[in-house]
Design a protein around this ligand. Structure first.
Ligand SMILES: [Zn+2]
Length: 467
């Protein structure tokens, strides 16, 4: 054990202090190092020699403990007994078709060089750790076993408020649904728009309207909030935290065996404020839908995102309202049981087991409580869930006109919180006519079909600054 410790110490010193010569065989690795240029690239450097020509060299990058895919990088070099070369992991969100891929700040992995020479000798360097740091800023940190919060503007008090708020929120969630943080969550608070946009995954085609987003694979949350927007941060961060905790315990978007989307967003919205408070923009649409008998069928939003802005707002409102109904009518113990049952079976099974009704039955219980008419769903097909595309774990959607979604292949799931939870007005319709900028509710754990809420924020902010 002691030996291993000394070895590890020696290796890490080797990696960072460039101690000479690793390995006793003919292949000698003189030094390795890495350098992160955030939003651009990670350069892994190698200096190696052998008694014969080094003929094959590649770098293996892995992300242990995550579902993120690793990769092999092949550096350019000319076979020779002495080789000094670099392998590049591309981080630039605008470059496609080059080795590498999106990694958020805080992402950690390991790297190992594989070398072969003309005499048939083979050598692999022991896996060494690397971390994606954003060195553009001087970060302040507050940390405990559950969170690490990083920020660089606003002083001690700013970060502390966000840190405290996250801790309060997780306490509340643990109590209410029995969900716990499985691995530490890193939260990065950016005060600068462009710096923030540069570290979002390419799935965010409308990056300028994103306010907060989780990167589930790496347990990282990214929040855009200059100190004057503290109120946004302490609402958006708890919202995303709920998604992340649910994701850590249940896994994201794995077919039917996960939390229904309406419930996931309902819980996230419910814990935005303490005490809970439904946002006005949801309340207005929910009240209208009750009055006009146009409430959504919950089951249709178990796996499928709403297709437009107001439908999205209404789903959030209904989700919030049903979550509130369960907590108030049945209590936290039942909510905890539902959450536990979701780890083992479908949503229908979980509700049936704990409340004695399936998803439709739950909706009717809730309808009764809010004074809406009952629905006879038994005679209606339930296949509507499959009628629209469902977005699985690893997809991020590029919003298209009228909210249609074109899935794009990304290695990380994308979800958003609108950039201002304080926005209470639905944007003018002229805003929603611009597909690039007009889409974007929180993407939740199923990937981010962005809806017009981002547009609302952009419009409001511009209006505010313009005046
Ligand atoms: Zn959400």
């Amino acid at each position: 054990m002691k030996k291993i410790l000394i070895l590890m110490l020696a290796l890490s010193m080797f990696v960072f202090l460039r101690l000479p010569a690793l390995a006793d065989g003919p292949i000698q690795v003189k030094n390795t190092s890495y350098d992160v240029e955030i939003a651009k690239r990670i350069t892994f450097h190698l200096n190696a020699a052998s008694t014969a020509d080094l003929t094959k060299i590649y770098l293996v990058v892995r992300f242990p403990g995550t579902v993120a895919a690793g990769s092999r990088l092949f550096p350019k070099f000319t076979p020779a007994p002495q080789v000094e070369t670099d392998a590049i992991w591309n981080l630039d969100r605008d470059l496609v078709g080059v080795p590498g891929g999106y990694l958020p700040p805080g992402a950690q992995g390991t790297y190992s060089w594989h070398l072969e020479d003309a005499a048939g000798n083979v050598f692999d360097t022991p896996a060494a750790p690397f971390r994606v740091d954003d060195a553009r800023f001087e970060w302040q940190t507050l940390e405990n076993e559950r969170f690490a919060v990083y920020w660089y503007k606003g002083g001690d008090a700013f970060g502390k408020k966000i840190f405290d708020r996250l801790n309060q929120t997780i306490d509340r969630i643990e109590q209410a649904i029995g969900a716990h943080i499985q691995s530490k969550i890193q939260v990065f608070i950016y005060a600068d728009d462009l710096a923030f946009q540069s570290i979002l995954s390419p799935g965010h085609s409308n990056a300028e309207f994103v306010g907060a987003t989780p990167v589930h694979e790496f347990g990282v949350m990214l929040v855009k909030s200059p100190p004057e927007d503290l109120q946004f941060a302490i609402v958006a961060a708890p919202h995303e935290l709920v998604h992340m905790v649910i994701d850590q315990e249940l896994g994201a978007g794995l077919g039917q065996l996960t939390m229904p989307l309406w419930m996931n967003e309902g819980l996230a919205s419910y814990y935005e404020y303490d005490p809970p408070k439904m946002e006005e923009r949801y309340r207005t649409l929910l009240d209208d839908a009750i009055k006009n008998d146009t409430l959504l069928r919950l089951r249709n939003y178990a796996n499928t995102r709403p297709s437009d802005y107001s439908e999205g707002l209404l789903m959030y409102g209904q989700g919030y309202s049903v979550v509130e109904f369960i907590l108030k009518e049945y209590g936290q113990a039942k909510m905890t049981q539902i959450f536990a049952a979701l780890k083992r079976g479908s949503a229908d099974d979980a509700f049936m087991q704990v409340l004695g009704v399936n998803q439709d039955g739950l909706e009717n219980l809730w309808r009764k409580q809010i004074g809406a008419p009952q629905r006879d769903y038994a005679s209606q097909p339930t296949a509507t869930v499959l009628a629209r595309p469902t977005f699985a774990l690893s997809s991020a959607e590029t919003p298209g006109p009228r909210g249609s979604a074109t899935p794009t292949k990304q290695s990380v799931a994308v979800a958003n919180t609108p950039a201002s939870a304080g926005a209470t007005a639905i944007p003018p319709s002229s805003n929603t006519s611009n597909p690039g900028a007009s889409t974007g509710l929180c993407g939740g754990v199923l990937g981010g079909l962005a809806l017009a809420m981002f547009g609302a924020y952009g419009w409001r902010r511009r209006g505010k600054r313009g005046n």
